[in-house]
Every structure is written in structure tokens, then in C-alpha cells.
Design a protein around this ligand. Structure first.
Ligand SMILES: NC(=O)c1ccc[n+]([C@@H]2O[C@H](COP(=O)([O-])OP(=O)(O)OC[C@H]3O[C@@H](n4cnc5c(N)ncnc54)[C@H](O)[C@@H]3O)[C@@H](O)[C@H]2O)c1
Length: 246
């Protein structure tokens, strides 16, 4: 019997990450999920994943911590023996204008979003190189391409992910490791639920498709980038934004 491929999803218990965990489980991947609480807290998600006839493993840790990242990768390798797809999805916002932005607001967002992406990728890539196979997909944002007032920290972290992605695509292409980024626009999750209705309405007016996106819209692209159908695509930043930024 052919071994199942393994997808490792950071921040995979909520929002876009949760949807990606379930979508890849449906595609037949064994799933490893990085979480921030004890794995026992996620029994419902575990059952939902396993209902697809695949396995589900949780590893708790902070992606912004280099040692945590190494331990989590080792745990997943110890459990499954392989990682075929790494989805760098964990991310935070600390929105405010530069005038009010504290050093900590800037540093924490860079540390989780950008340094976290480096930490996880750094520890997964050696295993992918050995196998001469891998897919690294990182969650950027349209804000990392177009900028956004009140999000200098977040936009810098996401623009950093884009530069990181393109550089790694060049470094790792010859090893058959594909590296791509996804730039979602506004997607309905806890991250955007906090926006006042008035703001949401004005955002919709800037979107040709006139709606916020669903987590599923992003998960469908993750599914494609994890599949053999995308085997000639690397170093790209693909927008899922209803046409908001062209
Ligand atoms: N929702 C949107 O409109 C939108 C738009 C563009 C990009 N994104 C990006 O998509 C990704 C997922 O966001 P979401 O909307 O699902 O929000 P979310 O808040 O539901 O998900 C973020 C996840 O990251 C985890 N996380 C936070 N800090 C972490 C840390 N230090 N270590 C490990 N995990 C950590 C959280 O526990 C959570 O599960 C993020 O990278 C976000 O920046 C979201």
C-alpha cells in the first residue's frame, strides 16, 4: 500500500487553517496541526479530520520560537516519518497607525508571521530535500502587496513572506520543492469578525465580486497547490481576493 502524504498546518485549528486541515484531509493527506492549547482541546476537530479515513496529529507550540519550531517538526517526523506539505498559516495582527504603534506591536507581528514562517520552513526543508519532494505554501496577504494604512507591521511581515517565498523557490526548485504564497483579501474569520459592519460594507465596495471571501476559497487553492496538478508552479503569489487588488 502506498504511504499517505502528510500535510503540516500551522495555526491549523481556527479560521483558514482549520478549513485547510479539513480540506486536505478530504484529499487523503494525513494531517499534522500546530496548535497553541493542549491537543485534548481539539477532540472535535480531530474527529472531523479522522472521519475522512486519515490520521490527525497535534503539536503544541509557538512558531515564533525557533526551538519550539524544531521540536514540533521533529514530533511530526517522529509520528509520521515525513512531511510533504508545509502550510505556514499561523498569523496575528496588531493594527494601529505608525504614530501609535509600539515597538512590541511591530516586533510581535514580525516574529509570528515572518520569523515563524522562517522557523518552520528552516526545520522542515532538510526532510523535504532528502525526499526530493516538497510543497511549502505560506499565507501572505494582499496587504503585503498593496500596503494598508494602520497595518505597517502586518504588511511588512507579509511582504517579507513574499520575498522569502520567491528566494526559496529559486533555492529549492532543483530539489523538486515548490514554494508559493497565497495572498488572501478579506476572508470571513475571527481575524476579520472584529471589523465594524460599516468598515466591512466599505471594504465590499472595493471588491469587484462585492463579498468577503470564505475560508473555503483559500483552502481550495491550498488543495490545488498541494496536488500534482500544480507541479509546474513555484515562486508565485496567488491572490484570493475577489479581484480587490489587481
Ligand atoms: N482573514 C483574512 O481576511 C486574512 C487575509 C489575509 C491573510 N490572512 C492570513 O491567513 C492566516 C490565517 O488567518 P485567519 O484569518 O484564519 O485567522 P485566525 O486568527 O483564525 O488564525 C490564526 C491562527 O494562528 C495561530 N497562531 C497565532 N499566533 C501563533 C503562534 N505564535 N504560534 C502558532 N500559532 C499561532 C492562532 O492560534 C490561529 O489558529 C494568517 O496568516 C492571516 O494573516 C487572513
Amino acid at each position: 500500500m502506498e504511504e499517505r502524504r502528510v500535510a503540516f498546518i500551522t495555526g491549523g485549528t481556527t479560521g483558514i487553517g482549520r478549513e485547510c486541515s479539513l480540506t486536505l484531509a478530504k484529499e487523503g493527506f494525513d494531517i499534522a496541526i500546530n496548535c497553541m492549547k493542549e491537543p485534548e482541546e481539539y477532540t472535535e476537530l480531530k474527529s472531523e479530520v479522522e472521519a475522512n479515513g486519515v490520521r490527525c496529529f497535534f503539536t503544541k507550540g509557538d512558531v515564533s520560537n525557533f526551538d519550539d519550531a524544531e521540536r514540533m517538526v521533529n514530533e511530526v517526523i517522529g509520528y509520521y516519518g515525513r512531511i510533504d506539505v508545509l502550510l505556514n498559516n499561523a498569523g496575528i495582527t496588531r493594527d494601529t497607525l505608525l504614530m501609535r504603534m509600539k515597538k512590541e506591536d511591530f516586533e510581535s507581528v514580525i516574529n509570528v508571521n515572518l520569523v515563524g514562517t522562517f522557523n518552520m520552513t528552516k526545520h522542515v526543508v532538510p526532510y523535504m530535500m532528502k525526499k526530493r519532494y516538497g510543497r511549502i505554501i505560506s499565507m501572505a496577504s494582499v496587504v503585503g502587496v498593496g500596503g494598508n494604512a494602520g497595518q505597517a507591521n502586518y504588511a511588512a511581515s507579509k511582504a517579507g513572506i513574499i520575498g522569502f517565498t520567491k528566494s526559496l523557490a529559486k533555492e529549492l526548485g532543483s530539489r523538486n520543492i515548490l514554494v508559493n504564497a497565497i495572498a488572501p483579501g478579506y476572508i470571513k474569520t475571527a481575524m476579520t469578525d472584529v471589523l465594524p459592519d460599516k468598515v466591512k460594507e466599505s471594504i465590499k465596495e472595493q471588491i469587484p465580486l462585492r463579498e468577503l471571501g470564505e475560508a473555503k476559497d483559500v483552502a481550495n487553492l491550498v488543495k490545488f497547490l498541494s496536488s500534482e496538478d500544480s507541479s509546474y508552479i513555484t515562486g508565485q503569489v496567488i491572490h484570493v481576493d475577489g479581484g480587490m487588488l489587481m
